[in-house]
Design a protein around this ligand. Structure first.
Ligand SMILES: C[S@@+](CC[C@H](N)C(=O)[O-])C[C@H]1O[C@@H](n2cnc3c(N)ncnc32)[C@H](O)[C@@H]1O
Length: 235
């Protein structure tokens, strides 16, 4: 996987998520020691979605962020979009699965009109896309002026005293859990590898600003290994 680039990499990612879909939610809960849903609730608070507002949850997967939005405001209009149909099929079978409007979509070429959404969220998308500026341009395009983008992703382990332990967890802990829980050790080899190669939170914030987002800020969680970024489309 480390060698794959461009469209080959995108096809690998799409196929990988189709394969791990069935155990994806359980694996997330275990791997993050039950913290991941708290981060998704934080993501929803950062959207500042108006009551009954429209939200596009990109890379929705099994819909965790989409469901968190509906939990916070059942009148919200939530579209969950992803290029892995396998992940969305698992999400559709969850309680209230039919309330989310599921849409097959590539984040680099969104099938939505410009200026349509009050907020866009994306959980664990930006580490996977093959063209970050293009993904930001699409997110900017579909947001209404003043609309907010909120991202959740892993971050490379920061340089601190815990770094050796975090590296051990990434190298051995996560692939072992992946083998035991999901039966897909290669997918959970990809997660630590792509995390270590991903942008630092500051670098990602700089790319958001370069894409034209304003009021960009971020907060890190779990010893700096997870980050939530937010910003707005200029009015
Ligand atoms: C780790 S899952 C995250 C699911 C969910 N957002 C969450 O918080 O758990 C990443 C998702 O990103 C999707 N994805 C990756 N690249 C994509 C792209 N270019 N367009 C659409 N979806 C993409 C994958 O199919 C996968 O379902």
């Amino acid at each position: 996987m480390a060698m794959l680039q461009g469209k080959e990499r995108a096809a690998y990612v799409q196929n990988m998520f189709d394969r791990i879909a069935a155990r994806y939610d359980l694996m997330n809960r275990v791997m993050t020691f039950g913290q991941d849903q708290r981060w998704r609730r934080f993501v929803i608070r950062q959207t500042q979605l108006p009551t009954g507002g429209s939200l596009l949850d990109l890379a929705t997967g099994t819909g965790d962020i989409a469901f968190a939005a509906l939990h916070a405001d059942p009148s919200a209009r939530v579209i969950g979009a992803d290029f892995s149909v396998g992940m969305m099929l698992v999400g559709q079978k969850r309680p209230n699965g039919s309330v989310v409007r599921w849409s097959g979509a590539d984040a680099l070429n969104l099938p939505f009109p410009s200026d349509s959404f009050d907020a866009v969220t994306a959980g664990y998308l930006m580490r996977n896309v093959i063209d970050i500026p293009r993904a930001f341009a699409e997110q900017m395009r579909v947001l209404k002026p003043g609309g907010r983008l909120v991202l959740l992703d892993t971050a490379p382990p920061p340089d601190n005293l815990l770094r050796p332990f975090i590296l051990l967890y990434l190298k051995y802990g996560i692939p072992t859990l992946g083998r035991l829980i999901s039966g897909n050790p290669d997918a959970y080899q990809y997660l630590p590898e792509s995390t270590q190669k991903f942008k630092t939170p500051e670098e990602l914030a700089a790319l958001m600003r370069a894409a034209g987002f304003v009021d960009v800020a971020y907060k890190t969680f779990m010893f700096g290994t997870t980050a939530v970024h937010w910003g707005a489309k200029p009015r």
